[in-house]
Design a protein around this ligand. Structure first.
Ligand code: TXA
Ligand code: MG
Length: 316
């Protein structure tokens, strides 16, 4: 059910959930200070309660309402990348609802770079807890139609067009002068390192809990197989055909195509990220027996796309 900005504000203020556009993916938003509203988010997503939510705020000036400290390193990152696809995990104020942070001592904050989301945040004056607007472990939505097909028509959706970044924000945890990458995104580890120096919270130190990092995630319903070489994908398509099985393929860049429906994306990380979930939603909707997905090269600029595809293809 589509709603306009004014209705979205009324719904959110009365404790309802509304799917909202951001530049990364659509989020299922609720008033972050309303416990019952947050419970509706978990229930709608069928998400386990140990997986904390990101609180979306209108500008860096709002950080002090949620975080007990805003270290200079985090301020520098906020100044460079907000509004934008960067989430900062900071020590939480005691007043931040435990359901929002799933009992963690930290809170995840982000200023989204989307005109509709920013208008909503400014006009409502709310902090909006918003996980991606999909059922737990399923494909993230990058259009209002994806939200409706994943969560059903009863969910209110504020349509802001197709998301331009296309995959979820980079998550960085900051503790004093130390930082750690918790989730890859289109702001790369190298982008952060330029401003913050090398990552100092290293593998040997206990990982700040990022429960959303389990492997099965971002998955289409159709079985999906990953290939790091086009040749392997072509052989698999041929074998499926010989066994009277149907398939469809996602390709990165030009080259020989298999004899099945194909979506071929431009071989640029930004272009692939923008189209990735749309392409997977479309392929998933074809009703074939098997999806064949070509992986990009293993390099730093492809880290976020590789991360999402690896999880989408995880076999359990
Ligand atoms: O781009 C995005 O980040 C999108 C849009 C809607 O903003 N949101 C999104 O939310 O991807 P979600 O819930 O699908 O993923 C949030 C991730 C989860 O992996 C969660 O575990 C992690 O953020 N997270 C949230 N709060 C945290 C915290 N206090 N400490 C560590 N990880 C946290
Ligand atoms: Mg998600």
């Amino acid at each position: 059910m589509l709603v306009d900005l004014a209705d979205a504000i009324i719904l959110l203020k009365s404790g309802e959930v509304v799917a909202i556009p951001t530049e990364t993916v659509y989020g299922l938003a609720a008033d972050a200070s309303n416990e019952q509203a947050i419970q509706k988010v978990y229930a709608t997503k069928q998400r386990p309660a140990n997986n904390p939510l990101i609180v979306h705020i209108s500008d860096a000036g709002q950080v002090e309402n949620w975080a007990s400290s805003f270290p200079p390193l985090a301020q520098k990152l906020a100044q460079a990348f907000w509004p934008g696809p960067l989430t900062l995990v900071l020590p939480a104020k005691d007043s931040v609802l435990s359901v929002v942070r799933a009992g963690e001592p930290t809170v995840a904050l982000r200023v989204p770079n989307h005109p509709v989301a920013l208008q909503l945040l400014k006009q409502s004056g709310l902090g909006l807890a918003a996980p991606s607007a999909n059922k737990y472990t399923q494909l993230s939505p990058t259009t209002a139609e994806h939200v409706a097909s994943g969560l059903g028509d009863n969910v209110a959706v504020l349509d802001g067009g197709a998301c331009t970044v296309g995959i979820e924000s980079t998550i960085v945890s900051v503790d004093g002068d130390d930082w750690r990458l918790l989730r890859h995104g289109m702001i790369t580890e190298a982008d952060i390192t330029v401003l913050a120096g090398p990552q100092t919270l290293t593998e040997e130190q206990p990982l700040p809990k990022a429960p959303g990092q389990h492997l099965l995630h971002y998955s289409p319903r159709t079985p999906l197989q990953l290939f790091d070489k086009r040749a392997g994908l072509l052989v698999a398509a041929e074998t499926l055909k010989q066994n009277q099985k149907s398939c469809a393929a996602l390709l990165i860049g030009e080259g020989v195509k298999p004899a099945c429906p194909v979506i071929a994306l431009n071989a640029e990380p930004e272009a692939v990220a923008e189209q990735l979930y749309s392409a997977l939603h479309e392929l998933d909707g074809m009703g074939v027996d098997q999806l064949l997905v070509e992986l990009p090269e293993q390099s730093a600029e492809w880290a976020a796309v590789l991360d999402r595809l690896t999880r989408a293809g995880y076999q359990g």
